[in-house]
Ligand binder design. Structure first.
Ligand code: CP
Ligand code: NVA
Length: 307
């Protein structure tokens, strides 16, 4: 049975424990200079992008090569998918060449359709609804900073737009059991269905319109741009509607002592977060970016070539 990774809920808490353990090991090996592992044995993984990317594209490319595979990158606009070839055909064609497909697009429904027909794992590289590879990495990054304190006792704060990143943090809290406070402006709350299901699984999830309330006592404070890649037409309106939702040093001071600041990047310094916070010792933004590489190696290994 082919295993896909389209939403955070596609893996269980036990599977995450295994992936986090492997991420830690692969990171330590790479830091010792042991880059090349033979897991993919010369097989090829495809990366398809319908939206821009820096981190996802480069970190997956490095991960695949360092796992002994070949990486093939295609912009969706250069493919026949953009000219209307049915995903059901594309999935079956690409399954004849590749051992995995990492795909960034607008709507999750497209990934689900590919997955229905694919005999290779489909990995969500971001949709309007979800960004599971990023949150998988961010949870690992938070665990690194917890210094063996249990994750399920922690409180994470989300300040800002209830879009793909917030939706995925909700699923992560549901699967892994940590507390999650979200503060979103009115009208910018997360997906109602994802929220309802997550609260049902984890009563320690709370939604408010007050950033100060959300960050109180949190061990990690997270944010994202006010206007995501699929929302650039709304940028000006969002700048106004998100007033009061900037993460600054005064807001960070309300979090738990030693709290970290997280951002998936790219950031718009001076909008959703101040430069002071981005550059502060609490900021782990570049650890998050680095950990994409290690966590995605562990994910691909698990999906494609389990040990
Ligand atoms: N965080 C993230 O996914 O970055 P890119 O858009 O650069 O891939
Ligand atoms: N919410 C952002 C995340 C970018 C990695 C976007 O979708 O543009």
């Amino acid at each position: 049975m082919t295993k896909h990774y389209i939403t955070f809920r596609d893996l269980s808490a036990d599977e995450y424990e295994h992936i986090f353990m492997r991420t830690k090991k692969l990171k330590a090996e790479r830091l010792r200079g042991q880059y090349h592992r033979p897991h993919l044995g010369g097989r090829s993984v495809g990366l398809v992008f319908a939206k821009p990317s820096t981190r996802t594209r480069i970190s997956f490319d490095c991960a695949i090569r360092e796992l002994g595979g070949n990486c093939l990158v295609m912009n969706l606009g250069d493919s026949q998918i953009s000219r209307g070839e049915p995903p059901s055909h594309t999935a079956r064609v690409l399954s004849r060449y590749l051992c995995g497909l990492v795909y960034r697009t607008y709507f999750e429904a497209e990934l689900l359709e590919l997955a229905k027909y694919s005999t290779m794992p489909i990995v969500n590289a971001l949709t309007n609804e979800q960004h599971p590879c990023q949150v998988l990495t961010d949870v690992f990054t938070f665990i690194e900073h917890l210094d063996k304190k249990p994750l399920e006792k922690q409180l994470v704060a989300w300040v800002g737009d209830g879009h793909n990143m917030a939706n995925t943090w909700l699923e992560a809290a549901a699967v892994l059991g940590f507390g999650l406070n979200l503060a979103c402006p009115e009208g910018y709350e997360p997906n109602a269905e994802i929220f309802k299901k997550a609260v049902n699984d984890n009563p320690r999830i709370k939604l408010t319109h007050s950033p100060a309330e959300a960050v109180a006592g949190a061990g990690a404070v997270n944010t994202d741009v006010f206007a995501s890649m699929d929302q650039t037409a709304e940028s000006e309106k969002r700048l106004k509607d998100f007033q009061g939702f900037q993460v600054d040093s005064a807001l960070m001071a309300k979090a738990a002592p030693g709290a970290i600041f997280m951002h998936c990047l790219p950031a718009h310094p001076g909008e959703e977060v101040t430069d002071e916070v981005l550059e502060s010792p609490a900021s782990v933004i570049f650890d998050e970016a680095e950990n994409r590489l290690h966590a995605q190696k562990a994910l691909l290994e698990y999906l494609i070539a389990p040990l």
